[in-house]
Design a protein around this ligand. Structure first.
Ligand code: GLN
Ligand code: ZN
Length: 754
């Protein structure tokens, strides 16, 4: 078992393919266009390329089994025999796996949720009382063998038993899955001996749950679990990796166990000076940011690494987490200005940084001095760039913040809006987007490729808006929207128009399964060179006598779905975005728009992992929203929209946003959120979704009327709005038409009862 310590590694790497090859292969397989053998050969090629790249760059330990055809939590469920029983009837193992993730005609998929505070979504395993764990090590053993045959110093990576259980969901009345930990330990012991037998010198067990407050007794459980796994003699050296935050008490707990290496996140969490003595162990220092795109300040990093060398036997250099959260390589970006390019580091560049740091730490090389010099030059160029320090903008924000981002009282606003808008009780509306038709997608592609010009694109979008307005008039909705045809994405649309953002051409990262996103890079001070939505909104308004809602994305959501500069507090950046949005609301108002919605679906997403940090975050998030929405007069109605369920922890903040109307996902949770809002004295209007837009099903009018009646028990009619759960862009046109038709009938029915 005593294995040579390693000195340079990453915790995992992108897997979707530098040009999304895996996405295409998997979707081809789903559609029946390609065979399983084709898919497997694309996957094997990608693994081979990835390992060769990491090895060649100089890592002396290379993670394997971080590859996945869908998701690493789902892979772990398969490894532990914990796929849901409802897929057991599917004969083919690969189809069974995909059915768990995506469902079939007959089988509901597992749920999906955010992986800690990243934008990656994992599949949530279900643990029932009947679940019996069994070991299916086929995938990890096969990948290990593949890598070994390629001559790679392979280190299998497996999600640890604590994290696996803590992130799984109890079903059918079962208790918290973590209670089943003692059943998993023997399976992990068995797995460790299989890996040892197969020649693995090291194994990485990922336990990011230890940087959160999810488990009450995390440190104690960690100590027990790893004492037990570590005592077993017949195993590879164990490296417990943690990421996304600081370990606090779990660090010394792990230090007391016989494992050989502990990984800490020095970017998001631990202070190197506070690391305790780790006698005889390797400390894997996650010093290169694995989830953001900024170039590492090598000199500063070396300084921090230096303070660690007394604590551990060996200090290995690593990324702070898997680099699957950043794009593959800067090389694919041909359009970045030269200066910005030098400030960035994507997956491949981060590996080089790790190797440079490790070489310097373990003996130095001539080439390293040059790398440090280049890093210093980039860091100073970034610090000095005027695009990052717009004094005028900063003064403006300070003065608005100082004068208080406040509007009139709820009562005053309600009265002046009622007089201006003249809406019926239980007004009906939608959340913003209408189906993104093939006409829209084709026009967007055509504009990008130069096939059509901006004038033609504009004409097509206006025709779409006119259709959507006509449809809403025909359906009899009360507050209309323009339908968002011009938005590829609710964040990217704004990022492309604001100064301070850069939109990549190939910066894809996996969001879930085969879905990839291209988060914009927020590198500088954010400002708005020109209005962004006013033309579309006023055009839509010109077509109808009913009010059209202006539609904007809020500052927190723009932050959450971008790569954000790391040289100033997030709160400051949020305020800059807020100011741009505020200017837009004022322009919309001047153009005659009476209702403006500022979406904050990501409000909950940026919530810190540790409870102690939450209040501070919510305070600045709310302040940014209020900065964005307090520039308008009391007669202009501000809406916001929130989704992705589970509002419990942010319910107070939702009230503090003080929007006049809050539309909120509620259909699946039967309006429970209304009681929570009442409990904290929420007095503004609310539109709990009465129709789950995640499913193609067209709900009957009766069903929605019933939801409205139950909502009326919690909220009086003059404060209740009627709307779907979320935007309609992923739905088909005929479903949407049917569902909204029924929604309007439901509202009319319940109004008549009132
Ligand atoms: N206005 C956006 C839409 O309707 C809101 C989307 C969201 O909440 N994610 O698409
Ligand atoms: Zn939504």
């Amino acid at each position: 078992m005593p294995s040579q310590p390693f000195t340079a590694t990453v915790l995992g790497s992108p897997r979707i393919g530098p040009h999304r090859e895996l996405k295409r292969a998997i979707e081809g397989y789903w559609a029946g266009r390609t065979t399983r053998a084709d898919l497997e050969s694309v996957a094997a090629d990608l693994r081979r390329q990835t390992w060769a790249g990491l090895s060649l760059a100089g890592l002396d330990s290379v993670p394997v089994n971080t590859f996945s055809l869908y998701d690493q939590m789902l892979d772990t469920a398969a490894l532990l025999g914990a796929l849901p029983p409802r897929v057991a009837g599917i004969a083919d193992d690969l189809d069974r796996y995909f059915a768990s993730a995506r469902g079939t005609e007959d089988v509901a998929p597992l749920e999906m949720t955010k992986w800690f505070d990243t934008n990656y979504h994992y599949i949530v395993p279900e643990i029932a009382t009947e679940t019996t764990f069994t070991l299916n090590p086929g995938k990890v053993l096969a990948e290990l063998k593949e890598a070994q045959q390629q001559g790679i110093a392979a280190r299998p990576v497996i999600i640890g038993p604590m994290t696996f259980l803590a992130l799984s969901k109890p079903v059918d009345g079962a208790g918290a899955p973590i209670a089943r930990l003692s059943e998993l330990i023997p399976l992990y012991i068995q797995l460790l001996s299989l890996l040892a037998e197969a020649g693995a010198a090291w194994v990485q067990l990922d336990e990011p749950v230890l940087v959160t407050d999810i488990l009450d007794n995390g440190p104690e459980l960690a100590e027990r679990t790893y004492a037990e796994l570590g005592t077993h003699p017949d195993r590879p050296a164990i490296f417990v990796a943690t990421y996304f935050g600081g370990l606090d008490a779990s660090l010394s707990a792990l230090a007391r166990t016989p494992i050989e290496a502990i990984g800490i996140d020095l970017v998001a969490g631990d202070d190197p000076a506070a690391v305790p003595e780790l006698a005889g162990k390797t400390l894997v220092a996650g010093i290169v940011d694995g989830r953001n795109v900024w170039r590492t300040d090598l000199e500063a990093a070396l300084g921090r690494l230096g303070t660690l060398s007394d604590a551990a036997h060996t200090v290995a250099v690593s990324t702070s987490c898997s680099t699957m959260h950043v794009p593959y390589s800067l090389a694919a970006e041909t359009d970045i200005d030269d200066r910005l390019r030098t400030w960035l580091s994507f997956g491949a560049e981060k590996v080089t940084e790790v190797v440079t740091l490790a070489r310097t730490l373990h003996g130095g090389r001539d080439t390293v001095a040059l790398a440090v010099e280049a890093s210093n030059a980039a860091i100073s160029s970034r610090a000095a760039d005027p695009r990052l320090h717009n004094g005028h903008l900063r003064t403006r924000i300070d003065s608005i913040v100082a004068s208080g981002s406040r509007r009139g009282s709820t009562e005053v606003r309600r009265a002046s809006q009622a007089a201006r808008l003249n809406l019926p009780p239980l007004p009906t509306t939608t959340i913003g987007s209408y189906p993104q038709t093939s006409t829209i997608r084709k026009a967007r592609a055509g504009l990008r490729s130069g096939e059509i010009d901006a004038g033609e694109y504009n004409r097509i979008m206006r025709a779409e808006i006119a259709d959507v307005i006509a449809l809403q008039e025909e359906l009899g909705l009360d507050v209309l929207v323009h339908g968002e045809p011009e938005r590829n994405d609710m964040v990217q649309y704004f990022a492309e128009q604001l100064d301070g953002f850069f939109a990549t051409t190939n910066g894809w990262v996996q969001s879930y399964g085969t879905r990839c996103v291209r988060p914009p890079i927020l590198y500088g001070d954010v400002s708005r060179p020109h209005p962004m939505t006013v033309d579309w909104a006023t055009y839509a308004q010109s077509l109808t006598g009913k009010p059209v809602k202006g539609m904007l994305t809020g500052p927190v959501t723009i932050l959450a779905w971008s790569f954000v500069r790391d040289d100033q507090p997030l709160a400051d950046t949020a305020n800059q975005i807020a100011l741009a949005i505020r200017d837009e609301t004022v322009d919309l108002e001047s153009a005659g728009i009476a209702i403006i919605q500022v979406d904050e679906p990501a409000l909950r997403e940026l919530l810190p992992l540790r409870s102690k940090d939450k209040a501070d975050y919510l305070a600045w998030a709310v302040a940014a929203f209020r900065l964005a929405t307090s520039g308008v007069v009391d007669a202009t109605q501000i809406h916001t929209h929130l989704c992705y369920s589970e509002f419990g922890e942010v319910i107070g903040a939702i009230a503090d946003l003080d929007a006049d109307v809050t539309s909120i996902e509620a259909a699946r949770s039967h309006m429970e959120v209304l009681d929570d809002l009442n409990a904290i004295g929420f007095a503004n209007s609310v539109g709990p979704g009465v129709y789950d837009i995640h499913s193609p099903r067209v709900p009957a009018a009766d069903e929605m009327a019933e939801l409205l009646r139950s909502a009326l028990k919690a909220v009086p009619a003059e404060r209740l709005w009627v709307n779907p759960d979320c935007g309609l862009k992923t739905r088909g046109s005929s479903e949407v038409k049917g569902a909204l038709h029924n929604l309007v009938i439901a509202a009319a029915r319940v109004r008549a009862e009132g």
